[in-house]
Write a protein that binds this ligand. Structure first.
Ligand code: ATP
Length: 293
């Protein structure tokens, strides 16, 4: 399958910060890839390299077989960064026309707005939109020029359930028509709703590149929560925290943890076991990864 975007051993440093550490990744035509990772993992940096907004410190980044720094090549992509500033005095329809004018075969105002559930806002000034409406508009604009490949950095942050669904529908429709998408998210649920492939990044490295069900299986960390005065060292604890009189322990083996807890004869009560958040699960993957190095 045609590779539309490729990183080969791409490293990006900001001063002392190693934001990306020898990342190699192919995005193939027709894929909808979810880039998942905690804050500071390097997701935006990777998108910025693909979109030609930053250069790699070392390694190679290609877009459509050429350089992402070439404006003619970049015309084939659509991008919505994490934060966008749209001119407040423009009306929604005007900004769509303005962006569309930069492309040879734009989607067209009515169709684009309909795809993202924004038709009713066509005459509204951007300054009068809610935060969620602005976000949806910013994402819709990435699709205005009929791009082959779209990069969306946390497209649904700050959106309520309905707005999120409207956005997902727009992204899905593009993908079903053969479009290729790379989107970032903190939520596996979001990636699960849209993508088949998920790339997990942490500390600037690709930790996992697999199908959504495979990653679901990997992030099997559980949170064991209980009330106790004090706890001894327990095996398999990846992280712990104390809040509201409870102690929360993150582990990939809750059965063993509970057995050891009982064996330790420390008095406890209110035992609860539930799935860990993705952030906690990342910790599990990251620590497994560093154990393998
Ligand atoms: N312009 C910059 N100057 C200095 N450091 C930067 C810059 N941009 C990013 N970084 C650092 O690089 C690392 C990766 O940041 P990046 O924004 O790519 O992460 P992210 O995965 O997108 O995070 P988030 O989920 O919070 O958006 C972080 O440590 C960040 O502080």
């Amino acid at each position: 399958m045609t590779v539309l975007a490729r990183a080969i051993e791409a490293t990006r440093q900001y001063g002392d910060v190693l934001a990306l550490d020898r990342v190699s990744l192919d995005i193939r035509a027709g894929e909808l890839v979810g880039l998942l990772g905690p804050n500071g993992a390097g997701k935006s940096t990777l998108i910025n390299l693909f979109a030609g907004l930053r250069r790699p410190t070392s390694g190679v980044v290609e877009l459509f077989g050429g350089s992402p720094l070439d404006p003619a090549i970049r015309r084939g992509i659509g991008v919505t960064p994490q934060e966008t500033g749209l001119p407040e005095s423009f009306r929604v329809g005007e900004i769509v026309d303005f962006v569309s004018a930069h492309f040879p075969e734009p989607v067209g105002r009515a169709e684009l707005l309909a795809r993202f559930g924004l038709s009713d806002l066509v005459k509204r000034q951007i300054g009068g939109l809610s935060g969620g409406q602005r976000r949806r508009l910013a994402v819709a604009l990435a699709f205005a020029g009929r791009p082959r490949l779209v990069f969306l950095d946390e497209p649904t942050t700050g959106l309520d359930v309905e707005a999120r669904r409207a956005l997902w529908d727009g992204i899905k429709a593009f993908h079903e028509d053969g479009g290729t998408v790379l989107l970032t998210s903190h939520y596996l649920e979001e990636i699960e709703a849209l993508a088949q492939r998920v790339v997990v990044v942490g500390n600037g490295r690709v930790l996992v590149d697999d199908t959504v069900p495979a990653v679901r299986g990997m992030v099997s960390a559980r949170r064991v929560s209980l009330v106790a005065e004090d706890l001894p060292e327990l095996p398999g604890v990846l992280g712990s925290e104390r809040a509201d009189g409870r102690i929360d322990l993150v582990t990939t083996d809750p059965d063993r943890l509970v057995v050891e807890l009982v064996r330790s004869r420390v008095p406890f009560s209110g035992l609860e076991i539930r799935p860990a958040t993705l952030e906690e699960a990342f910790l599990a993957i990251t620590s497994k990864e560093s154990a393998n190095v």
